[in-house]
Design a protein around this ligand. Structure first.
Ligand SMILES: Cc1cc2nc3c(=O)[nH]c(=O)nc-3n(C[C@H](O)[C@H](O)[C@H](O)COP(=O)(O)OP(=O)(O)OC[C@H]3O[C@@H](n4cnc5c(N)ncnc54)[C@H](O)[C@@H]3O)c2cc1C
Length: 81
């Protein structure tokens, strides 16, 4: 796992990155999967808000975060109900 790297380019050999130490290197790969840039989908919430009493947003549909925040939201909303 590499942290704090900058992505430079995708080449036929793989992904070219710059490490936090400033070293430019290629991570060889056949396939690159992007798993970044998530955005919340609040469509269902907007549709039922006002039609269903006690409607709450919890977890990643508030904004993409971690399991910890999703559980905390559920706990807080459970207490409120
Ligand atoms: C690749 C990746 C890695 C991650 N790694 C970590 C990690 O290491 N540690 C960490 O803490 N967090 C991690 N997360 C974040 C974590 O997964 C989320 O914060 C957490 O799962 C949010 O929980 P949630 O219940 O809000 O949403 P989800 O876990 O996404 O659950 C939502 C559920 O609702 C269902 N659903 C959606 N629409 C409808 C509908 N219309 N009707 C019925 N069901 C529906 C979905 O199928 C899903 O099962 C990661 C996320 C990703 C994408």
């Amino acid at each position: 796992m590499l942290t704090e790297i900058r992505y430079n380019e995708v080449t036929p050999k793989g992904l070219v990155v710059t490490t936090k130490e400033g070293e430019r290197k290629t991570i060889e790969a056949d396939t690159i999967v992007l798993a970044a840039g998530a955005t919340p989908d609040k469509k269902l919430y907007e549709e039922i808000k006002g039609k269903v009493s006690n409607t709450y947003l919890a977890g990643d549909c508030v904004e993409p975060r971690t399991i910890r925040e999703a559980i905390a939201d559920g706990y807080r909303i459970g207490l409120e109900i």
